[in-house]
Unconditional design. Structure first.
Length: 147
């Protein structure tokens, strides 16, 4: 993680990023209690870590990043995302949206508001996504152009 990402993540946690990460953990716990919701709990925990430290990482579709489909990127993943949206996604997205509006009022808060907007979109459709360090994406992009 670069120094700039570290500083942004530190400011993110101090300015309230920890609360939305805890919201994701709460969603994971509620899903895990149902036993049926364990796949969603796994996704929620993955994104909780991203919600805690969003700078220096990117959410990507697993099938595009790894070059193969899995259970979460096919039709069952779509069904899972629809169920997630109904039961947990909308209130997490609303929380991120409210935080984004509050942070966008100040000039200093604009990068954090943008991060909350990205997380709000992710909150609506998280199944089939993975969180990858930006360095891995950059290295993969360079590798694609090496003859």
């Amino acid at each position: 993680m670069s120094l700039l990402s570290f500083l942004f993540n530190l400011l993110w946690v101090v300015t309230g990023g920890i609360w939305m990460a805890l919201g994701w953990v709460l969603a994971a716990i509620l899903m895990a209690i149902t036993i049926v919701g364990l796949p969603w709990a796994r996704s929620a925990l993955t994104i909780a870590r991203y919600a805690l430290l969003p700078f220096g990482y990117t959410a990507v579709r697993r099938d595009e990043h790894y070059g193969r489909e899995d259970l979460g990127t096919g039709p069952l993943g779509t069904l899972g995302n629809i169920l997630w949206l109904v039961f947990a996604g909308w209130w997490l997205a609303l929380g991120h949206l409210i935080a984004a509006v509050g942070l966008a009022i100040t000039i200093i808060g604009i990068p954090f508001a943008w991060a909350h907007l990205k997380l709000a979109g992710l909150a609506l459709w998280p199944v089939g996504k993975d969180i990858v360090p930006n360095e891995a994406l950059e290295a993969r992009g360079r590798a694609a152009f090496v003859p």
